[in-house]
Write a protein that binds this ligand. Structure first.
Ligand code: ATP
Length: 218
């Protein structure tokens, strides 16, 4: 196996309801600053942690594909949307670990808000062993151990590392990284649409066109 095949692979799960420039910029910043070979977006099927999303899983998948189509190093994984069962990150990580082999560095990308909730995820401590985590700043959510549940703060203290650590192990580290702060959320986009406002410049034009053609979030 050549060295280039072992460059870390970024994995970016989310509801993406809809995908927006906060997501895309997070992925691009991670790709560049963490030296990722590619970023794989994994839209959730039936998210276990939240109420039903506004758009159907197949629409969220289609929008993720439209949003990433022009980036040569971005790809979209339909497995969670196509699975009949509820989406759990650990199950996707186990699938990808089997697919990519034990040596491949995997890096799960998260915003701070998602990271702060990690201890409520199914088998969350196993997630920390099977993959690295890379945590992006998000306006309104400081990465402050005092705001983490104690077990998560302990894991953060023990595993925190810089970007160079990612290529040296298949998983196990937690790496904070910075992106241009973008106070964009899917919740606000759905609200803007619902109240008849423009979505322009918050998300890619093909996604805005898809929302309008399919009459989503009305
Ligand atoms: P919602 O408002 O519906 O909860 P969201 O905008 O937070 O949606 P998700 O699909 O839930 O989007 O988020 C997927 C991942 O992207 C999470 O890890 C989240 O922290 C991260 N993320 C989303 N928006 C931003 C942003 N503007 N800046 C940094 N991270 C973000």
């Amino acid at each position: 196996m050549s060295g280039s095949e072992l460059r870390p692979l970024g994995l970016f799960g989310g509801t993406f309801d809809p995908i927006h420039h906060g997501h895309l910029r997070l992925a691009e910043s991670a790709r560049e600053s963490l030296g990722l070979a590619r970023v794989r977006f994994i839209p959730a099927g039936q998210p276990p942690h939240r109420a039903s999303p506004g758009a159907q899983p197949t629409d969220r998948l289609a929008m993720a594909r439209l949003a990433t189509a022009d980036h040569p190093d971005f790809e979209v994984d339909p497995a969670e949307v196509e699975a009949a069962c509820a989406s759990y990150t650990i199950l996707s990580l186990e699938r990808l670990r089997t697919e990519r082999g034990p040596a491949q560095p995997l890096v799960l990308l998260l915003g701070v808000d998602a990271f702060l909730g990690l201890a409520s995820w199914k088998r969350w401590e196993e997630i920390l062993d099977i993959t690295h985590l890379a945590v992006a700043n998000r306006p309104g959510y400081p990465l402050d151990p005092a705001r983490m549940p104690a077990p998560l703060a302990q894991q953060f203290a023990a595993r925190q590392a810089g970007p160079k650590a990612l290529a040296h192990a298949p998983g196990g580290r937690i790496v904070p990284f910075t992106m241009q702060p973008l106070a964009i959320s899917a919740t606000e986009i759905r609200h803007l649409r619902h109240t008849g406002h423009s979505l322009r410049y918050l998300l890619p034009v093909p996604v805005i066109d898809y929302i309008s053609q399919h009459q989503l979030y009305l």
